[in-house]
Structure formats: structure tokens, C-alpha cells
Design a protein around this ligand. Structure first.
Ligand code: 5GP
Ligand code: ZN
Length: 149
């Protein structure tokens, strides 16, 4: 488990918000979150619509919104609706969700007219991760150098 349990629920059940609206369905595999969202998580807040953002695309499992501090003409973050703290946890708990993240990134790049783009998962503070809700950076619209800084 990932230690983000803020509510208890049997896997496969649905949680209900305070206002009675259903939260997302709980997954049941090892590595999946018991709670779909984590209190105080910025990107859970964006997914829930509690934190404003410029959303450019949504799918069943993902939300894509513009990075507030864009590093390229196109800089979009694609996140799973469920809370996983990094890409590896998402891969373990919801492999199809990870695939959907990449497919959404491709759709976002294409919608903005880019055949070429860079996808980045910063994993761990030492690698530059500052928000611990899995997010795939989609960067495009300028030349990309290598190695990255
Ligand atoms: P990380 O450094 O964790 O890989 O990426 C986090 C990203 O989230 C950063 O690029 C940062 O600019 C972006 N970010 C931080 N706070 C907000 C916010 O409130 N709204 C949006 N749209 N992006 C944010
Ligand atoms: Zn979250």
C-alpha cells in the first residue's frame, strides 16, 4: 500500500462525498489507493474542481491541464483521477490507467499541432518532483535539448 489511506472502504465499492455525489470507483489490486483522493493534495483538488485550472482534455481515468509555470509553448500535466503518488505506484495499481495517461498525452500534443513532444515523470524530490500525485509532463513547441537539466 502507499500509505495514503484517509478513508476505509472495501475494494470495489464506491465512496460517497459529503454532498452525496459518488467519488470514483475504488480499484482492488495491490498498489491501488484505498481512497481515490488524498486530503490536501493539490492535484486531487484540481481533479475535483476545487482548485482552478485550465483543463484541456479529460478521459475516463485522466485529467489534463496546463502547467501554471509553463516551460514550453505547450506544457500540460496529465494526471490520473485517482491518487497515486508517482508513476511506479500507478503502474502497479492501475496499469491501464498508466496507458491512458500516455494516450491522453498523445491526444493533447496532437490537438495542439505537435507531432514531436517530450513526456516526463519526475519521480522523487531529488529528481525534481514537487507534487506527489502522479503527473505526466507533456512539453512541446520548442526544440528539446539533451541531456535534460
Ligand atoms: P513536478 O515538479 O512535481 O514534476 O511538477 C509539478 C508541476 O506542477 C510544476 O511544473 C508546477 O509548475 C506545476 N504546478 C504547481 N502548482 C500548480 C497549480 O496550482 N496549478 C497548475 N496548473 N500547475 C501547478
Ligand atoms: Zn492526489
Amino acid at each position: 500500500m502507499n500509505g495514503h489511506v484517509s478513508q476505509t472502504s472495501r475494494p470495489g465499492t464506491r465512496l460517497t462525498r459529503d454532498d452525496g455525489a459518488p467519488c470514483v470507483t475504488m480499484a482492488s489490486r495491490e498498489g491501488s489507493p484505498v481512497s481515490a483522493s488524498e486530503d490536501g493534495c493539490l492535484f486531487c483538488g484540481i481533479v475535483a474542481g476545487d482548485v482552478p485550472s485550465e483543463i484541456v482534455h479529460t478521459t475516463e481515468r485522466t485529467v489534463a491541464f496546463r502547467d501554471v509555470n509553463a516551460q514550453a509553448p505547450t506544457h500540460v500535466l496529465v494526471v490520473p483521477k485517482d491518487h497515486y503518488s508517482n508513476a511506479a505506484e500507478l503502474a502497479a495499481g492501475d496499469p491501464a490507467g498508466l496507458a491512458e495517461l500516455v494516450a491522453t498525452a498523445q491526444a493533447v500534443a496532437a490537438a495542439e499541432g505537435h507531432d514531436d513532444y517530450r513526456l516526463v515523470f519526475n519521480t522523487g524530490a531529488g529528481a525534481g518532483q514537487t507534487v506527489f500525485h502522479t503527473h505526466l509532463h507533456v512539453l512541446a513547441g520548442r526544440p528539446m535539448t539533451w541531456p535534460p537539466g
